[in-house]
Design a protein around this ligand. Structure first.
Ligand code: AMP
Ligand code: ZN
Length: 495
């Protein structure tokens, strides 16, 4: 088994091995914290989490660094409009980002770092580039001289050769020697946050932030750099130019880019106004695990079209998997072991691992598991499922879920912890616009799902696990289901 990944730099699917030993060093461009991230952003972050989890699953140790862009035109503009300091304003959205990550079951990177905590290092990188002749000053700002870096364009394959000095595309950029040049350090504007530097007060350019923080924590050459495909040009191209010009060494070995989450053929984005935040969807009654499933279900290098119907289907798929696991845990099967079933489970494991090894093909990994579920269910329905295969099937499901992370049903607990459950009763009454069936989605458990939880609660009570049985009662209450314990058994109704 060996992992291959599509490297944007070579344009090829290449076998992945870390640069040194067993540790994989990864840099991921994090959010610009001027507002809540939308679920388009989270498509890229979910992809990075699947990558993380599969590398861990494959036995690697990780050092992942994610930056938080907490200074740029948008953060400055919004902080000023809110009458808050840049630090306080961006902190709110950093906090929200961390909560959203937890809701989506995204593992925390080893380091999350704020750009504004690294300005001294950024100034040093600009000085190094100046000394080597890759940067020049102009009217209080400092620019990178693209002509001095012949490999410029090797990531994006964009040839800007013809776009030279004189062909001015932007009237604001008259101070550059060449339109391809990009800013490393922006001259301070009155009233804006600024930092002192040998070349004059100002603030760092966005590209410079990532080069600096990546090399500070991961070294001059590291294993994987990733982000959404909109970052290939100019952001990542510029990161390569700055970093490799300064060190003379390759920057990242593998460049991985997630294709966009689309809405009706258009990229989901703040500026197009076609976005949902995670909280918008939660307030409509959707479960974070369903959103995670949906975002993970299409391989990262293919665009994914977002619809609310897609979220419903994701929820149903999770329920199907949950039901199967429930049957595996609770049902009585015929005694004995039929080796062919144990082998069937082993084959499903091989198939989902092979799919993920093949450039993280999550769609095929899902298919492998659903084939196993179909085979298992039909054997159970026919009374042919052997008790001896129970554990092998459960093991495959739990291995698969170490990467997909949607089965361990902790949505309620997480939402409650972050005070996000209270909207649900209201939301449940509000039909979802896109589903078209007037049915409030997913936070309302299906009857089948309620029955399942009821059975779990009964068995917990029978074996004296009262904390567990109370937890299930509460979880059902959160989903708008009231239990009544009567002499004849437990009845339930919806609020
Ligand atoms: P930002 O907060 O704009 O800096 O973006 C954070 C991350 O989200 C970056 O890796 C972007 O490439 C990514 N991103 C932005 N829009 C989308 C989208 N519609 N689909 C997938 N990724 C996106
Ligand atoms: Zn970046």
């Amino acid at each position: 088994m060996s992992l291959s990944l599509r490297n944007t730099l070579s344009g090829l699917v290449e076998e992945f091995k870390p640069q040194s030993g067993n540790e994989v060093r990864i840099y991921t461009c994090g959010p610009t914290v001027y507002d809540y991230s939308h679920i388009g952003n989270f498509r890229t972050f979910v992809f990075q989490d699947v990558l993380r989890r599969y590398l861990e699953y494959s036995g690697y140790r990780l050092c992942q660094v994610m930056n938080l862009t907490d200074v740029d035109d948008k953060t400055i503009r919004n902080a000023e409009a809110a009458g808050e300091s840049l630090r306080d304003y961006t902190q709110k959205f950093i906090d929200a980002f961390i909560v959203d990550r937890e809701l989506l079951n995204l593992e925390p990177p080893e380091k999350m770092v704020r750009a504004t905590d690294h300005v001294t290092d950024m100034v040093k990188l600009v000085e190094a580039l100046e000394q080597k002749g890759f940067a020049y000053r102009s009217e209080g700002s400092v620019y990178f001289r693209v002509a001095a870096f012949p490999e410029y364009g090797k990531l994006s394959k964009i040839n800007l050769g013809g776009n030279r000095a004189g062909a001015r595309v932007d009237a604001d950029e008259y101070e550059k020697g060449d339109v391809r040049d990009f800013v490393l350090w922006k001259k301070a504007k009155p009233g804006e946050p600024q930092w002192e530097a040998p070349f004059g007060a100002g603030r760092p350019g966005w590209h410079l932030e990532c080069s600096t923080m990546a090399m500070k924590y991961l070294g001059e050459t590291f294993d994987i750099h990733s982000g959404g495909s909109d970052l290939i040009f100019p952001h990542h191209e510029n990161e390569i130019a700055q970093s490799e010009a300064a060190t003379g060494k390759p920057f990242a070995r593998f460049w991985l880019h997630a294709e966009h989450l689309m809405v009706n053929g258009e990229k989901m984005s703040k500026s197009a106004g076609n976005f949902y935040t995670l909280r918008d969807l939660i307030a409509q009654g959707h479960r974070p695990s369903a959103i995670r499933y949906l975002l993970a279900s299409t391989p990262f290098h293919k665009p994914l079209n977002f619809t609310l119907d897609g979220v419903h289907q994701a929820q149903r798929s999770i329920e199907r998997l949950g039901n199967f696991r429930f049957r595996l845990t609770m049902e009585q099967f015929a005694a004995g072991a039929d080796e062919s079933f144990v082998e069937r489970a082993a084959r499903a494991r091989q198939e989902f691992e092979a799919a993920l090894d093949n450039n993280l093909n999550t769609a095929e990994a899902l298919a492998a598991i659903f084939n196993l579920v179909a085979d298992g269910n039909s054997a159970m329905d026919q009374g042919e499922f052997p008790d001896g295969a129970r554990q092998a099937f459960l093991d495959v499901l739990s291995r698969w879920d170490r990467i997909f992370a949607v089965l361990e049903d902790r949505d309620y607990e997480r939402l409650r912890r972050h005070g996000l459950v209270s909207t649900r009763a209201g939301a449940a009454a509000e039909p979802s616009a896109a589903s078209g069936d007037g049915r409030a989605p997913s936070m309302l458990l299906s009857d089948e799902a309620v029955e399942q939880r009821l059975a779990l609660r009964n068995s917990a009570r029978q074996s004296g696990k009262y904390a567990e049985s109370d937890r299930i009662r509460e979880e059902l209450l959160d989903a708008g289901v009231i239990l009544e314990d009567t002499k004849a058994g437990t009845r339930w109704r919806r609020k």
